[in-house]
Design a protein around this ligand. Structure first.
Ligand code: SF4
Ligand code: SF4
Length: 321
């Protein structure tokens, strides 16, 4: 699968607002790839992400990096002693003591100065270089599906390490490159203050070797799970019941007065509701020569609404008091 195909699947399946951005750390001695422009004014690393996700391909040597912190952390230049010491964090009143500032600095992932010559950025479908990571700007639901996609092929849960400090450089580039694991960032003070990440957005960075299996898994999830979740298939009319005054104490699961109505005329007899019900409430029964679903143990119903959401004919209705 090429980067154009992966971009299309990511954008279509997740309804991404912004293009995924390919980022490569240019190694010493490596040739500058063609068709990348050096921006006419220096940009912060977080700003260069914003420009790339709007469709531009960027070559960013140290002179194009406006954030001295970011370019030091990314190993493009030697970090200034004022930043390295932690003094500036106190001056900006972002941290309370030098000891805490130094701890934050010493635990932050960094590349050694001189490790790289430039950052290269491009929308993934235009990348003419092999990215180290692919960074997406998204909202939490989209990030959740990328996590589900990774679990889909690996069975693993995700373990993120992030911070509100120096996050778009340290947590989106260095952390995933060092660990080989995807990572998130909520942006940092600098990124939130100087780039156009919206209040409801965050970033997620995927090391390139993980990208194709994640995209393949996303294709599968996009067939059923993602559209169902977006249609809120299990959202039942409980909201107006929560907080209402009850005349008597709430009964347990077995004690609720639940009515499960299944329209036998609409029922296809496919047994989906029976298969999905986690509480074995439903069974298929023969009626006039055909199979229809019946609620045989309504008192065991947990009101999860799975059967209602899965029934292709919307033949099931549940009421309770
Ligand atoms: S899912 Fe709907 S159509 Fe299928 S058996 Fe159950 S009630 Fe009938
Ligand atoms: S609401 Fe949940 S527990 Fe109740 S019958 Fe449907 S699937 Fe089973």
């Amino acid at each position: 699968m090429n980067y154009q195909e992966m971009t299309k699947i990511l954008k279509d399946t997740l309804s991404l607002r912004w293009d995924p951005v390919a980022v490569r750390m240019m190694r010493p001695g490596e040739e500058r790839p063609p068709q990348l422009i050096e921006p006419p004014v220096p940009l912060r690393h977080c700003q260069s992400l914003t420009v790339a996700r709007r469709g531009h391909c960027l070559y960013m040597p140290p002179r194009s990096h406006a954030c001295p912190d970011g370019s030091g952390i990314l190993g493009l230049v030697e970090m200034s002693s004022k930043l390295r010491s932690g003094d500036l964090y106190l001056l900006f009143k972002k941290l309370p003591t030098l000891k805490i500032a130094q701890k934050m600095i010493s635990t932050r992932p960094e590349f050694k100065a001189g490790s790289y010559e430039a950052t290269l950025l491009a929308p993934l479908d235009q990348a003419l270089f092999e990215p180290d990571v692919v960074i997406m700007t998204l909202w939490p639901e989209q990030a959740m599906w990328l996590c589900c996609a990774q679990t889909y092929y690996s069975g693993e849960r995700q373990s993120f390490k992030t911070s509100g400090f120096n996050s778009t450089c340290a947590d989106l580039i260095i952390q995933p490159m060092k660990t080989g694991e995807m990572n998130i960032s909520f942006g940092c003070y600098g990124a939130r203050a100087s780039s156009e990440i919206d209040d409801f957005e965050l970033y997620l960075s995927i090391p390139t070797p993980l990208l194709e299996p994640i995209v393949q898994a996303l294709l599968k999830l996009g067939q059923k799970s993602i559209p169902e979740e977006r249609r809120k298939v299990y959202l039942h009319p409980v909201m107006d019941k929560v907080g209402s005054r009850r005349d008597h104490p709430q009964k347990g699961k077995e004690g609720r007065d639940i009515e499960i109505f299944i329209d036998e005329q609409q029922c296809l007899g496919d047994g989906l509701c029976v298969a999905f019900c986690p509480s074995s409430v439903l069974e298929m029964k023969e009626r006039e020569g055909r199979q229809v679903a019946e609620a045989v143990h309504p008192k065991s119903c947990s009101l999860c609404y799975t059967c209602v959401g899965q029934c292709p004919e919307k033949a099931i209705q549940i009421s309770y008091s």
